[in-house]
Design a binder for this molecule. Structure first.
Ligand code: UFG
Length: 342
């Protein structure tokens, strides 16, 4: 029998790609999304890829009576929890928004899960929990450190809450620590929808190439790396989404416990390498200038993703070129849509 998975934040960037992969891998899906950083139309776009409907609840994860009603109404077998604010800079400006939404949301969800005896959860965490480390590649045994932003604090605290529930309350949990998710679905039907000026590198690049921004500023070229720019482990969002399905499959085989997995390609790329890959994939030169370092940026970090390969039987399929190619095709699709509407 098909299992039904509740995906919180299922219309968001990683959530929407994960819903597609779940549906294509024989899971039924119920989505809850507050539309705080997404749009309703994403549900139709998902359905245009999978040709399958999703059950959609537009609500806040902190609304306990609604979450309770949802669990009463639906038979939920497991949960993938994405719903959270994720802008590092905003979290510094407005930390309480982050503590309230991300930590309270986690507590509310797990409290209701416990009431309804739903014990299986995959939680969306981040490599930000490793802090500023010089020891890449990083594996899951690397100590987590004091977070460098309130956003990072919420990920650390939520990881801790989940570990407690796995130790003492019969939960089985998987914590997925993402490195840098980029790219879009190859159909160009879903992708990242940044609101306002993007903070992240790849949407800034695609918007610059599309003429929405004048030029990209590279935040520093005086780091101790081969070309002086920061190194990150960029991972295609479809690879990431597939890892969630594998993680869920794995969780259903576990007894009460938790496991942590890094999700990255195991290879670091500099900002200049990303720009070059984008230029190759799009065939367009990218206007950019070297600027000052951005406060809080880590010099270089990439994953050791061996554990996911061994236990989840997951490895990445897409390379940096594919990431840029799909991100660019998604940007073009967005431009077409906007020009039709305008
Ligand atoms: N960068 C630029 N110019 C820009 C934007 C980014 O040069 O306009 C550089 C950054 O300095 C960094 C790299 O591109 O070297 C990647 O930056 P992103 O903002 O895309 O990603 P981060 O690595 O800073 O942040 C990501 C996630 C966070 C998470 C963090 C963990 O967005 O949610 O990784 O390290 F917390």
């Amino acid at each position: 029998m098909k299992k039904t998975i509740l995906v919180t934040g299922g219309l968001g960037y990683i959530g929407s790609h994960t819903v597609v992969e779940l549906q294509e891998n024989n899971y039924d899906v119920v989505v809850i999304d507050s539309l705080s950083n997404s749009i309703r139309e994403v549900a139709e776009r998902i359905a245009s890829i999978t040709k399958m409907p999703i059950k959609l609840y537009i609500a806040d994860i902190n609304d306990e009576s609604l979450i309770d009603a949802l669990f009463k109404q639906e038979t939920i077998d497991g949960v993938i929890h994405f719903a959270a604010h994720k802008a590092v800079g905003e979290s510094v400006q407005n930390p309480f928004k982050y503590y309230r939404n991300n930590i309270d949301g986690m507590i509310t969800l797990q409290k209701v899960m416990r009431q309804y005896h739903v014990d299986t959860i995959v939680f969306s965490s981040s490599c930000t929990v490793y802090g500023d480390t010089k020891n890449s590649p990083i594996n899951e045994t690397h100590p987590v450190t004091e977070a460098i932003s309130p956003y990072g604090t919420t990920k650390l605290v939520c990881e801790q809450i989940l570990k407690d529930l796995c130790r003492y309350s019969g939960f089985r949990g998987i914590i997925l620590r993402y490195f840098n998710p980029v790219g879009a679905h190859p159909s160009a039907c879903i992708g990242e929808l940044p609101i306002g000026v993007p903070d992240n590198l790849v949407p800034y690049i695609t918007q610059t190439a599309a003429g929405i921004r004048d030029k990209l500023t590279v935040f520093g070229n005086d780091y101790n790396t081969a070309d002086g720019t920061n190194i990150r482990d960029y991972i295609h969002v479809v690879d990431l989404a597939r890892a969630h399905v594998k993680a869920l499959d794995y969780a259903f085989t576990m007894h009460q416990d938790y496991e942590i997995f890094n999700l990255g390609t195991g290879k670091g790329h500099s900002v200049l390498e990303v720009i070059k890959a984008f230029e190759q994939a799009s065939g367009k030169p990218l206007p950019y200038a070297i600027g000052a370092r951005r406060a809080g940026d880590i010099e270089q970090i990439w994953a050791d993703a061996t554990k996911a390969a061994q236990l989840l039987k997951w490895t990445h399929q897409y390379n940096l070129y594919d990431m840029m190619d799909t991100a660019w095709k998604w940007q073009i699709a967005l431009n077409h849509k906007q020009s039709r509407q305008g």
